[in-house]
Design a binder for this molecule. Structure first.
Ligand SMILES: C[S@@+](CC[C@H](N)C(=O)[O-])C[C@H]1O[C@@H](n2cnc3c(N)ncnc32)[C@H](O)[C@@H]1O
Length: 456
């Protein structure tokens, strides 16, 4: 029996049952949904929400099927779903994550075993006292807004800003580094809630989303509630974790530098989900977190992450003439698809097919690098599960999962199968944009698939 991160005292049976995958592929296996939604109620997993994260249940199922205790790798670790479950299962793991805020989340979540619960509980009490005293007096906070953090619209109201700076003052006084980082995460994972911005799903002003601005908010109470929840989670997870001493190594760098960090053929299992071909901008959407946690200092930082992000972004390649596939082998059906896309809507200039074909070509060129990295890292017989969504660009369906499978086969990996794990995905920022995209055909749906690969 493997340990499970589901606390029986807080979850109903209904919460524990998940949709069964519809099997559209060659095999007849049933599996759990890959959606991150279920993580929102699981201890520690729930600390930081992340768009397009996958579910802990999915990772557990991968362990049941494919793990024999070897090292687990997640090249696109996000907020650490795979890494945290690896620790609980007693397996060492390695995660690459380019976004420093997500990498911090991975580090803190997987360090739950190093957090002294009593000391943490005392710091929460100290915080409550400090916050009530300072907000109830004419105390002038020492902390200031991060200097590089510029927004078109006021991010925090004057009243809320004072409360936030008081919290910053307290956090700066915490001596224990890991406890300070837990506090930073508690603040950052809530910081949009009391701002004049919201996720729609990209970060935009509340006003543009038709919501009221926020003048005042019980900021301290929200953070204290979060901290208490975190303390409970740590207490609970320690009861199931027992004496296993697995380590998670978090590398805050691009996976494409894998040769600098990994030994060849050292990994038994890869469970990962790269960015989809949907131009979702993880770094821009975490700008406030990155600045307020002192992880970004200027737009230059963002440029670098943009360039190193898998697939880059449509904005960075749309004006670049013609970007072709660069694969060392030919994939006629993908080439044909890109040619069709390129020919669409020339009258729209940079918003037409050529720009999107450039973006798709860049994306698949990076998928090629990913497939080579998978081949390099996996031991013989090792398995990679890659969760990837399809795309609809300029109204045209791009079956990203199938093309990725073909690329992986072309670099010499065995393609075991492709299963649809979610039949109808929502929240794609592209499909919602009337400016850039034609209406998708009624029959075209956004889905999510699990591509299973093996190194022979
Ligand atoms: C779909 S999310 C992964 C979510 C993760 N499965 C979870 O449950 O939290 C993809 C992640 O890849 C990261 N990323 C993008 N390009 C990267 C690169 N070249 N190297 C490492 N990480 C990258 C993004 O910052 C993002 O967090």
């Amino acid at each position: 029996m493997q340990a499970s991160l589901s606390p029986h005292n807080t979850m109903s049976d209904q919460q524990l049952s998940f949709p069964i995958m519809e099997d559209l592929s060659r095999t007849n296996k049933k599996s759990h949904t890959t959606s991150f939604a279920t993580n929102k109620v699981l201890p520690i997993h729930r600390w930081v929400p992340w768009i397009a994260g996958f579910s802990s249940h999915f990772v557990k199922e991968a362990f049941d099927k494919y793990s024999h205790g070897g090292i687990v790798l997640d090249p696109f670790a996000g907020v650490g779903t795979t890494l945290l479950d690896s620790i609980v299962e007693g397996c060492d793991s390695i995660g690459f994550e380019i976004n420093p805020y997500a990498a911090l989340a991975c580090r803190v979540k997987t360090a739950f075993n190093q957090i002294d619960r009593n000391q943490f509980a005392i710091e929460i009490l100290n915080f409550e006292t400090f916050y009530h005293q300072k907000t109830g007096s004419d105390y002038m906070p020492i902390s200031t807004m991060p200097p590089g953090f510029k927004t078109r619209h006021t991010f925090y109201s004057r009243v809320i800003l004072r409360k936030v700076l008081i919290i910053q003052d307290f956090m700066a006084s915490i001596r224990n580094e890991i406890i300070r980082d837990v506090f930073r995460l508690a603040f950052a994972s809530n910081m949009i809630t009391f701002s004049n911005y919201s996720y729609e799903p990209s970060l935009s002003t509340r006003i543009s989303a038709g919501k009221n601005e926020i003048d005042d908010f019980p900021v301290g109470q929200l953070i204290i509630g979060k901290l208490r929840e975190m303390l409970e989670d740590i207490k609970w997870v320690k009861t199931i974790y027992s004496d296993k001493n697995a380590q998670a190594t978090v590398i805050n760098d691009t996976f494409f530098k894998y040769q600098n960090y990994l030994s060849p053929e050292s990994i038994e299992l890869i469970v990962t989900s790269p960015p989809y071909l949907n131009n979702y901008h993880y770094n821009r959407n975490t700008r406030p977190h990155l600045y307020w946690l002192n992880l970004a200092h200027s737009p230059k930082d963002f440029k670098k992450w943009e360039q190193e992000n898998l697939g880059k972004y449509w904005q960075t390649v749309r004006e670049k003439g013609t970007i072709n596939l660069d694969l060392e082998f030919s994939l006629p059906n993908l080439e044909e698809k890109l040619a069709m896309l390129r020919a669409l809507n020339p009258e729209k200039g940079i918003y037409g097919g050529n720009g999107w074909a450039n973006y798709a070509a860049t994306y698949f060129n990076d998928c090629y690098k990913l497939a080579k990295g998978v081949k390099f890292a996996l031991k013989k017989g090792g398995i990679a599960l890659v969760v990837i969504g399809n795309s609809i660009l300029q109204g045209m369906m791009v079956e990203t999962d199938h093309y990725f499978g073909q690329i992986a086969e072309s670099v010499g990996l065995d393609l075991i199968d492709i299963q649809i794990s979610r039949k109808e995905r929502v929240g794609n920022s592209i499909i919602k944009s009337d400016v850039r995209v034609e209406k998708a055909k009624k029959s075209d749906k956004l889905y999510e698939a699990v591509v299973t690969l093996r190194k022979a």
